[in-house]
Design a protein around this ligand. Structure first.
Ligand SMILES: Nc1nc2c([nH]c(=O)n2[C@H]2C[C@H](O)[C@@H](COP(=O)(O)OP(=O)(O)OP(=O)(O)O)O2)c(=O)[nH]1
Length: 142
């Protein structure tokens, strides 16, 4: 039996743009881009974890919209699940408060301009497909 821990990743959307966050730690992940989020705590609903993590990491008041079907393996025992999400009215703008040192709102044409974590690429691709943007192959990694 494999114990899996879910990491929720937010596809935070605003005006057709997707928020990407650059990790500042740990060293092996620093400098690569991800969907903001984090580990679901025992007994916590994933949607609640998403709201909590986005408040802690970005200082925003966000709400989950829907789960993107699929689950993507991360370093064991973690597994990435993605929810689309949006800012609630009156939310502050996101800031890189912890875990990240840069944020970018990416238009559909800019999605592959940042070096996503390798393990996030299929999740981001699937998210775009789910959103109807159509799957696009990432450019050759830089
Ligand atoms: N949040 C997030 N984590 C990801 C993604 N891709 C990926 O490999 N990870 C990894 C990085 C971490 O090893 C793990 C999630 O850890 P985290 O540091 O974001 O979560 P957390 O805030 O709950 O962690 P902690 O410091 O409280 O232990 O999953 C992603 O797209 N989003």
């Amino acid at each position: 039996m494999t114990e899996r821990t879910v990491v929720v990743g937010a596809a935070l959307l605003d005006a057709g743009r997707l928020l990407a966050a650059r990790r500042s730690a740990p060293p092996e992940l620093a400098g690569r881009w991800e969907l903001p989020g984090g580990k679901v705590e025992p007994g916590e609903l994933p949607e609640a974890a998403l709201v909590r993590e986005l408040r802690e990491e970005l200082g925003v008041d966000a709400e989950p919209v829907e789960r993107v079907p699929g689950a993507w393996p991360l370093r064991a025992p973690y597994e990435l699940h993605v929810w689309t999400a949006r800012l609630r009215p009156g939310s502050a703008a996101p800031e890189p408060l912890e875990d990240h040192d840069a944020l970018r709102w990416l238009t559909p044409d800019e999605i592959w301009d940042v070096p996503w974590l390798d393990q996030d690429v299929p999740a981001v691709r699937e998210t775009l497909a789910h959103l109807g943007a159509g799957p696009r192959a990432p450019r050759t990694p830089r």
